[in-house]
Structures are given as structure tokens and as C-alpha cells.
Design a protein around this ligand. Structure first.
Ligand SMILES: C[S@@+](CC[C@H](N)C(=O)[O-])C[C@H]1O[C@@H](n2cnc3c(N)ncnc32)[C@H](O)[C@@H]1O
Length: 240
């Protein structure tokens, strides 16, 4: 007699599910059960994705991301960078995020998906009306509207007016304003919170000054995600 073992898993990008079924002889079942348990524990330790939250919503978001994988043409982050932001939020259990530069909402979907798992919300700001409206449609289709407060506004003004506190910030708008965004948002960022910024290794005007400045601050620890083609700075606030 043979037992069948079925393994269902997500691929490395967490977008494609695959299932393997194979027969095993009874004398190997306890060994295989041990190995599967062990492997499952290792993979749980590597990524916090899909461990919490509502699995129906997760499926809807995964489908949305898979369906639209090649549709992002408005300066949107690539999926890998969205995943990085998502994983920081979930692993640190952040619940109050600010995004500067929504565009059509690709990064917002990743941030809001993370928020759906931590029980938080993201405020996102976009100045361009067409992109803002497109982002609202995308968030609706992904099932994530409840986790987002999307604002059509000039972030130069709005960011100064927001009261926070935030525990996660993603800066991805006009590069020559990155330093000023940081200075405006820093007082609203809680200790142990995180400020991230996109395109910091792309040599846009203003990003080098921003990076030099943030790396010089004694109360922040900054790392650069170099797996990202554009470079994401990730800065944790250690004290006020
Ligand atoms: C690189 S795109 C953002 C991409 C988005 N984070 C994503 O991954 O889907 C930058 C966006 O910032 C917006 N932007 C530029 N200056 C802005 C400002 N002062 N206030 C608000 N949004 C601004 C642009 O209109 C543009 O849509």
C-alpha cells in the first residue's frame, strides 16, 4: 500500500502556487513527515508572508498582483521592491504608514497588503489626478481600499500638515525634495520606526545629498537594499 503526500507552496515571488503529489512507501512515512515539518519550520522563519490575516483577501491580492504583473508603467516599483517593503512592515508589525508618491498604486498595494496583516493603515499622497484615480481603482480591485487613506495633494504641503505618529514611511516622489520630506516627517516618526526611500542609488539630483545626510545622523541606522535595481534606503530610528 502507498500513501500520497501533497505539498502546496508558493513560488519565490509568492505569486504562483504549485502542488506536487507523489507516492511514498509506508516504511518512509515517518522520515518524510519529519523532513516536511522541519522544512515548513525553516520557511516560516524566512518570511512572515501569509502567516496572519485573512486568506481570502491574500488570495485576492495575489491574483491581482499576478494579473497585473506586467502592467506597471507609471514609474512604479518592481514587484521585488514591493515585496521588500511589505516584509519590513509585517516583520516589524508596523501599523501606521505614510507613502509619498502613490502613482498608480503598485507600491501602495504592497504596503496596504502588509497593513491588512498587521491591522494598520497607510496614508498615501499623489499630486497627479489621473494616477491618483487609477490607484484608487487598483486598490479597489485588489480588495485593499479599507487599508488606505489616499490623498490627492501636493506632498510638499501635506506632509508638513500630517500629525502622525508614523512607524513606517516610504518616500518615492520628487527626488530633489527627499531631504525636505525626511526633515518634515522625522518629528512624526516613532522610535524604532523606519523611513525608506526609493531610487537612492540611481543618481537622481538630490538623492546623494539625502543619503549622505541620513547616513550621518547618529540616531538612525541606515542600510541600502542593493538587491533592488534602484536601491532602497532603509533607516531605523533608534532615538528621538
Ligand atoms: C516614482 S512615482 C511613484 C511610484 C509608486 N510609489 C509605485 O511604486 O507605484 C512618483 C510619483 O510621485 C508623484 N509626485 C511628484 N511630486 C509630488 C508631490 N509634490 N506631491 C505628491 N506627489 C508627487 C508623481 O506624480 C509620481 O506619480
Amino acid at each position: 500500500m502507498f500513501f500520497y503526500v501533497q505539498i502546496t507552496a508558493l513560488d519565490a515571488s509568492f505569486l504562483v502556487k504549485f502542488t506536487i503529489m507523489f507516492p511514498i512507501a509506508p516504511r518512509y512515512t515517518s522520515t518524510i513527515a519529519f523532513l516536511l515539518t522541519f522544512t515548513f519550520q525553516i520557511s516560516c522563519g524566512q518570511s512572515s508572508i501569509n502567516q496572519q490575516g485573512d486568506s481570502k483577501l491574500d488570495q485576492k491580492v495575489e491574483k491581482f498582483l499576478a494579473d497585473h504583473r506586467n502592467d506597471w508603467r507609471d514609474m512604479n516599483v518592481p514587484p521585488k521592491d514591493g515585496q521588500t517593503l511589505h516584509d519590513i512592515i509585517v516583520s516589524k508589525k508596523y501599523t501606521s504608514a505614510l507613502e509619498i508618491g502613490t502613482s498608480t498604486g503598485h507600491s501602495t498595494v504592497w504596503l496596504a497588503w502588509a497593513m491588512s496583516k498587521t491591522g494598520g493603515k497607510v496614508i498615501t499622497v499623489e499630486i497627479d489626478e489621473r494616477r491618483y484615480k487609477e490607484a484608487l481603482k487598483n486598490l479597489e480591485e485588489a480588495g485593499l481600499s479599507d487599508y488606505v487613506d489616499a490623498r490627492l495633494a501636493d506632498a510638499h504641503e501635506l506632509v508638513k500638515e500630517l500629525s502622525g505618529p508614523f512607524d513606517f514611511v516610504f518616500i518615492d516622489a520628487d527626488k530633489n525634495w527627499y531631504m525636505q520630506y525626511f526633515k518634515d516627517v522625522d518629528p512624526q516618526l516613532s522610535v524604532n520606526g523606519c523611513i525608506t526611500a526609493h531610487n537612492v542609488t540611481n543618481r537622481f539630483e538630490g538623492t546623494k545629498e539625502f543619503l549622505d545626510y541620513i547616513q550621518s545622523l547618529p540616531n538612525y541606522i541606515t542600510e541600502i537594499d542593493r538587491k533592488s535595481r534602484s536601491g532602497i534606503s532603509i533607516s531605523y530610528k533608534k532615538q528621538d
